[in-house]
Each structure stands twice: as C-alpha cells, then as structure tokens.
Design a protein around this ligand. Structure first.
Ligand SMILES: Cc1cc2nc3c(=O)[nH]c(=O)nc-3n(C[C@H](O)[C@H](O)[C@H](O)COP(=O)(O)OP(=O)(O)OC[C@H]3O[C@@H](n4cnc5c(N)ncnc54)[C@H](O)[C@@H]3O)c2cc1C
Length: 294
C-alpha cells in the first residue's frame, strides 16, 4: 500500500524524499518544517503542513496540540504465522472470553498464513515479545477460544510485539497551518481495527476540504471539526464494545447477562459502525438496544 500511494503521489507531481527525517514543525502562518536529509538540515515553508507521523507523533507536540489518552485497559499482541492449514481461509475468527477479558483474532491471509492477535487486560502487566513468547501467544489464543489444532504446525513468520490498547487523540486536529491525520490525530485502540480506515478517511476528508476552500485556514478548521465528529462516533462505539466484551467484575457480568440473550435473538442489536463506518446513526437508542435497556 505504501509503495502504491507513493507512486500515486509521484504521478500527481509530488516530490517524494525517502530517508528524510522531520526534526521540528513551527506553526504558522506560514508553518515551517525542519527536515534532515542526507546529513543536511533545512527549513521548508508551506501553505499547510500535514502531520502523519503516527501514534507517537512529535508533530502534534511541536505544534502545541494537547493529547488526550484513555486509561490503560488492554494490551494487544500480534504476529504473522505460517503453517496453519487447519484455519479455513475464507473465515476470520473472533474468539471472545469476557469472563477473563480476553479475545483472540485470526485473519487468514492465504497459503496457510494467518495474521493473529491476542487482546488481554493491561493490569496483568504481561507483554508478549519476541520468539520466546510464541508458545505463550498460542496458549493465550487457545485460552480465549481458538481451536488448539489450528496451531499444530504453526511457525511465526514475523516479529511478535505487544501494543498499548488505549486510544490517544487530539480534540481538534488543526491549528495554525498544521493539520494532523491518521494516528497522529487519533490512534484508535488496535483491538478494534479501525486505525487505517480512519487514516484513509482523514486523507479524503482533508483533501475535499482543501479543494472546496480557497482559504486553507477555513479548510483546516472544517477538516478538524469533521474529524472530531466521526472519530468520537467510533470511539463511543468501541467504548461500548469494551464494556460489553472486555470489562471484568459483577457489574459487567450483569450487563452481559441482560444483553447477550437479546443479542442472540437479534444480532442487529450490535452496533455495526466498526464495519460500516461512522455514517450510521449513533444515539442513546442504539446504546439501549445494544445493552438491552429499552
Ligand atoms: C497491532 C496492531 C493492529 C492493527 N490492526 C489494524 C487493523 O486491523 N485495521 C486497521 O484499520 N488498523 C489497524 N491498526 C492501526 C493502523 O496500523 C494504524 O492506524 C495506521 O498504520 C496509522 O497510519 P499512520 O500513517 O497514521 O501512521 P503510521 O502507519 O504509524 O506511519 C507513520 C509514519 O511516520 C514516520 N515518521 C514518524 N516520525 C517521523 C519523523 N520525525 N520524520 C519522518 N517520518 C516520521 C514513521 O516512520 C512512519 O512511517 C493496527 C495497529 C496495531 C498496532
């Protein structure tokens, strides 16, 4: 995807500099980027700077944005396996065990390769990292409900790493000539798999605002307003899913005891925003249907 996007940018007339490192961003007007490339540092003045530097974004710090963060509730570990012919290739698996706050996910990639994730409570303090933790990763997947035979011949085909699940976000991702997109604007809990879709949507929404305004200050403000709107729809939805499927304790058990039998009778009670996107309606009626409180 990265190569395709870079080629499209080149074809559209952009100048692409690989191996360059941004050292500072000074908000405007006009905004300035300090770039280090081939051992040389120079400043670039721009009409607009777009910070797309990921979940640990320095652009948002340099440009003076305030970052908000959810409490640390979940950890997410992921690894690519080969040699998993028993996992049918036309099916993705979500195994959820709410009573231990744990989930395991398998996304078959074809050719017996499977991208696998395990999600578990952050307060265990346990992080799965590197080759030595692969057997533990498999055991935790099975504990969440994945059939053990899927892993009979499995071998890791990439690094195993653990990530924090907490969302981080900026309330209004535009100021003084600097717009933030993707994880820099808001990094959604990876266990819900929304981040790349949000990033691509941000790119489209910002592009459309720039094309429809001669005044790019107004375009940046309009982008940030819209970004905040749809991110908070998804964030609200992922919070509800967290309460329903991950939270531990008697209150959470009572919530599930009330909601699950109703969901089993009518699956449309589950909000579908994570698959269909943030254009679906989201209000207290949707919440009450999900939790069986109407
Ligand atoms: C375990 C895990 C599973 C995930 N699963 C899914 C999923 O199933 N579906 C989904 O939609 N999303 C998923 N995501 C989220 C997705 O990966 C991110 O939302 C997405 O990559 C964000 O894109 P980005 O371009 O904003 O940031 P990144 O992909 O992080 O890219 C940022 C880039 O900026 C560069 N950079 C940083 N600082 C500088 C600097 N100073 N100078 C120059 N370059 C710099 C970095 O090198 C990097 O290339 C997952 C994330 C994790 C951690």
């Amino acid at each position: 995807m990265q190569e395709i996007l870079l080629q499209a940018a080149l074809d559209a007339g952009a100048e692409v500099r690989r191996g360059a490192w941004v050292r500072d961003v000074k908000p405007g007007p006009p905004p300035i980027v300090v770039v280090e490339h081939n051992g040389q540092v120079h400043e670039v003045q721009a009409r607009l700077v777009v910070g797309a530097d990921g979940r640990t974004s320095m652009v948002r710090k340099w440009a003076g944005f305030t970052v908000r963060r959810d409490p640390d509730r979940r950890l997410v570990a992921g690894v690519l396996f080969e040699g998993m012919p028993a996992a049918p290739e036309d099916t993705s698996y979500f195994a959820v065990k709410p009573e231990i706050g744990q989930m395991a996910i398998l996304f078959p990639q074809g050719g017996a390769r499977v991208r696998a994730y395990v999600i578990w409570p952050a307060d265990t303090g346990r992080r799965l990292q590197g080759e030595g933790d692969i057997p533990r990763f498999m055991a935790e997947s099975v504990r969440a409900g994945i059939p053990a035979e899927f892993f009979a011949q499995a071998k890791a085909n990439g690094p195993l790493a653990t990530f924090d699940g907490a969302d981080t976000w900026v309330e209004h991702p535009y100021r003084e000539g600097v717009a933030l997109i993707g994880d820099a604007a808001a990094a959604s809990d990876p266990s819900f798999g929304e981040g790349l879709s949000l990033t691509v949507r941000d790119t489209r929404v910002l592009r459309d605002r720039l094309l429809s305004h001669d005044d790019w200050e107004a375009a940046g403000q309009a982008y940030a307003e819209e970004r905040t709107r749809y991110y908070h729809i998804l964030h609200t939805c992922t919070e509800w899913f967290g309460q329903m499927f991950y939270e531990l304790g008697p209150e959470a058990e009572a919530r599930r005891a009330k909601a699950m039998p109703l969901i089993a009778q009518d699956e449309t009670r589950i909000p579908d925003h994570m698959f269909c996107g943030p254009d679906l309606r989201l209000d207290d009626g949707v919440r009450r249907r999900f939790f069986g409180e109407e």
